[in-house]
Design a protein around this ligand. Sequence first.
Ligand code: GLA
Length: 376
Amino acid sequence: MDSLNLTERFQAHFNAKPEIYTRAPGRVNLIGEHTDYNDGFVLPMAIDREVHIALRPRSDSKVRIYSLDLEVESAFELHSLSRGSDWIEYPKGIAFQLLKEGFDLKGFDAVMTGNVPRGAGLSSSAAVELAVARAFAAVSGFEWNAARMAKTAQKAENDWVGVNCGIMDQMASAACKKDFALFLDCRSLEVEHAPLPQGVAVAVMDTSTRRGLVDSAYNERRSQCEEAAQQFEISALRDISLDEFNGRKVELSEIVMKRARHVVSENERVLEAVHVMKSGNINRLGELFNASHDSLRDDFEVTNDALNVIVDCAREQSVCYGARMTGAGFGGCAVALVEEEKAEAFSQAVSEAYRQRSGLEAGIYVCKASEGASIL
Ligand code: GLA
């Protein structure tokens, strides 16, 4: 994204020069799906699709943000926040939560733009939240702590926007390092930056189907996981191994057993994935991707036809090591590991096969692992 352009647009809109630039990335989750709210493990990577903000501090407590992409300005007063229902709720939620946590905030004028596909499961909302949090930190003069801000952003999304998400997306957007995936323990928030294997490209495949009204399905999965944990008398599904689970699974109803089996096996796959990434065993990493998708399809039941079709199209390519749905599911994106040098040909072949089989157009992005939220 071009910060020069952002400067010009800021000048045109506010008749002044911006003084600070912030950015925050979207993310793709490599493996560890629906494990974050079970205190488990995830392995996301920030992508080179981001939200950028150019801003200028104000001397009062007003925040004005002009969205270049929507061509609309929205504003709020820090000390009289009231709920609405459009994109400005994300910045407002961050303000609300920071104030609640005792931060002394200053106002600013800003122009915002982004190229994270919206509603595709690539965390465009986390990117907005973290870019805005960085903006508040810069104008209000408080120290940036990635994990702390990720928690604040998650809380804003839970309590202000009303989306019951886990911590993965905000941690990925806040704490990733360029060229690395983020191995995150969602209970302790300890992180390890895991290097991506050499010669491998990460292809994000957007099915162009959107998840729509699935909050209820997401929440239902969460309750089923909690029910399993309660039944086992553990605080979260993170606390049971696959062997132990297999010995006790008869204690659960069929449906709760399947949901829990996905989570428990997925946690083990993440741990193995980190291990094989370090040893460079790409073939095994691909197998783990495949097993993750199959478990999300058959046990957790959060894929849709489009996701299953695009994953099949990807796996049929000889340059593909493995493919799986990514994010919450029910639509959105899948992710594939492919031979780096053949990534372009892979994208074309998958688009073509997907068009033939589903009648839909895929958006395929070969992504680079990028840096978490920063000041430019
Ligand atoms: C969404 C949520 C995350 C996580 C994933 C599933 O992206 O925002 O917290 O639960 O779904 O892994």
